[in-house]
Design a protein around this ligand. Structure first.
Ligand code: PXP
Length: 251
């Protein structure tokens, strides 16, 4: 059996900024958190500049790009404002997400199938700026087909429903969501898309999903920043890296 590709860990530092913004000022600094995460084994940093700037701010994005030495993944809504900022910032990658003002977090995937034309021009503009685009979608074959038709280089599978099922102790739903994710990863990889995954992952779910050879990147934020309050960010990232490596052995 050929060895599977290594799996990358993107650490999302949005919630360091959430904590900073709770009091205003500069502490804790998300860029410092990014440096600590990288030193502890993160392969890249992810940050979501939301329209309402509730956590990451424009200057955080500029500093992340200038000060970190690993790939920056800019999570963004496919709006003209965000496209302009991305083209100015020139991150390594952009992950297009749906955004609703009232949501607590990104609650569902993009409806790629329904937004083909609008997304097509956004992907072309970002790609023209040298930015690798991924589309954050639910684990649905219809959305994967639409992403492949758009010739997006990558998708990120929304793992929130699976992780919520675990948190709710609903084993039937957990198993059903897992089957959907497994099937989606295989279909997407077969269609030539690079497969990423994220949302709601913890040590247990990251280890499980790392066993899927088709998945080459996980983006993880809330759990890690929460764990950091107990064990420190570096230790939380090291434990996550170890959980993913352990899972990968089963790929
Ligand atoms: N990937 C995407 C596209 C997201 O929108 C988010 C949340 O910002 C994450 C990954 C990380 O999710 P979590 O913070 O639940 O780990």
């Amino acid at each position: 059996m050929p060895a599977s590709a290594p799996i990358r860990l993107g650490v999302n530092i949005d919630h360091v900024a959430t904590l900073r913004n709770a009091r205003g000022g500069q502490h804790p600094d998300p860029v410092k958190a990014a440096a600590i995460a990288i030193a502890a084994g993160a392969d890249g940093i992810t940050a979501h500049l939301r329209e309402d700037r509730r956590h990451i701010r424009d200057e955080d994005m500029a500093r992340l790009k200038a000060e970190i030495d690993k790939p920056l993944n800019f999570e963004m809504a496919a709006t003209p404002e965000m496209v302009e900022i991305a083209l100015r910032t020139k991150p390594h990658a952009a992950c297009l997400v749906p955004e609703r003002r009232a949501e607590v977090t990104t609650e569902g995937g993009l409806d790629v199938a329904a937004q083909h034309d609008a997304l097509s021009s956004v992907i072309a503009r970002l790609a023209g700026g040298g930015i690798r685009v991924s589309l954050f979608i639910d684990a649905e074959p219809r959305q994967i087909d639409a992403a492949a038709r758009l010739r997006a280089p990558a998708i990120e599978i929304h793992t929130g429903a699976w992780c919520n099922a675990l948190a709710d102790g609903d084993s039937a739903r957990f198993a059903a969501e897992w089957d959907r994710i497994r099937a989606a990863a295989a279909i997407a990889s077969g269609a030539g898309l690079e497969v990423h995954a994220g949302h709601g992952l913890n040590y247990q779910t990251a280890e499980a999903i790392a066993a899927l050879a088709d998945v080459v990147e996980l983006n993880i934020g809330h759990f890690l920043i929460g764990e950091a309050t107990f064990v420190g960010l570096a230790e939380a990232v090291r434990k996550m890296r170890a959980a993913m490596d352990q899972g990968r052995l089963k790929a």
